[in-house]
Design a binder for this molecule. Structure first.
Ligand code: ADP
Length: 307
């Protein structure tokens, strides 16, 4: 499912006297199959944006009380924000939003804090029951829950009857992800999936997301503030700053704009920093900013071989 966002602006409490834009005229397309990154400072609008993608925040035209503005003769027609995801029109009141939410899953930051059920299996099953149109049999539910738990790399029989609270931090996060992917969403969105994890935990979670991307969810979107994570993992990345979209391009092009990113108060990957320092010394290295490619290109320059 392709995501097509046009003219998306949003203000929380728009009737309040000092309300400010959380999003301003965002135009963005995410193709099916991408591993897409969203970067930006706290408060830049990332979370407001992703909440629109599964209609946690609805477009004005999808609200029950919406009535189109009357256009006077000679005046331009108002431009309403629009979002299309596959065949779903998120600006249409008649869209089946429950079904949409089963196809576009969101894993929020520190999702492990939202686990609540007595057992791991019940917690994961909750997501399934919540979004299923028709009630599922006990066997069907068990089968789907088992599949989801195994897809996140946990041993179903070892954890299914355990209390989620008795698991390690990393395992809890996996259970929370299982509770979202259990509906087999085509698009999986994760807000800071690696937040608070140690380097090994981060690597394991990113490896898991790549496995899910290959076999479970066609499109993965991560919100991250970690530029190394973006350069290592994403096909393209969007940079949000002060409610606007500033860039949307592959990391290999994005980090050529290092100065502008730094002006926005954003960091750049370690590889981009070293590349810049080398350039100052007159050594030109052109890499796609992934560690592997960068090391290979540097070794090529000095005549060594890659390990
Ligand atoms: P990010 O995810 O990049 O940190 P957000 O989308 O959460 O950014 O926030 C964008 C803007 O909207 C910020 O100015 C923030 O203060 C404001 N905002 C976010 N959530 C709310 C809310 N529930 N009520 C009022 N303002 C909000």
């Amino acid at each position: 499912m392709r995501i097509e966002v046009k003219h998306l602006s949003y203000t929380y409490h728009s009737s309040a006297p000092f309300s400010a834009y959380a999003l301003q005229d965002i135009n963005l397309t995410i193709e099916e199959g991408e591993f897409f990154g969203i970067i930006g400072h706290t408060g830049s609008g990332k979370s407001t944006f992703v909440q629109h993608l599964n209609a946690l925040i609805k477009l004005p035209t999808a609200e029950k009380k919406f009535k189109p503005k009357k256009v006077r003769k000679g005046q331009p027609a108002p431009v309403y924000p629009s979002i299309r995801i596959g065949t779903y029109d998120l600006g249409d009141k008649k869209t089946d939003f429950k079904e949409l939410r089963s196809k576009v899953g969101i894993v929020f930051q520190y999702p492990e804090y939202q686990l609540f059920a007595e057992t791991v299996a019940l917690d994961v099953a909750f997501g399934l029951r919540n979004f299923s149109k028709t009630p599922l049999s006990q066997e069907e539910t068990e089968e789907k829950v088992k599949e989801a738990i195994e897809a996140v790399g946990l041993d179903y029989h070892a954890v299914k009857d355990a209390s989620p609270f008795d698991l390690s931090g990393g395992q809890k996060r996996r259970v929370a992800i299982a509770g979202v992917i259990v509906t087999k969403p085509e698009i999986l969105i994760l807000d800071e999936p690696a937040a608070g994890l140690d380097p090994l935990g981060k690597r394991e979670i990113m490896e898991l997301l790549h496995r899910l991307h290959a076999s479970w969810c066609k499109t993965v979107i991560i919100v991250s503030h970690d530029m190394d994570e973006i350069s290592e993992n994403c096909t393209r990345a969007a940079v949000f700053s002060a409610s606007r979209l500033k860039f949307c391009m592959p990391p290999s092009e994005l980090f050529l704009h290092a100065e502008e990113l730094e002006t926005l108060g954003l960091d750049i990957p370690v590889t981009a920093k070293i590349q810049r320092e080398l350039q100052k010394l007159g050594v030109e290295v052109h890499s796609d900013f992934t560690n592997e490619d960068f090391v290979r290109r540097v070794l090529e320059r000095v005549g060594g071989t890659s390990c």
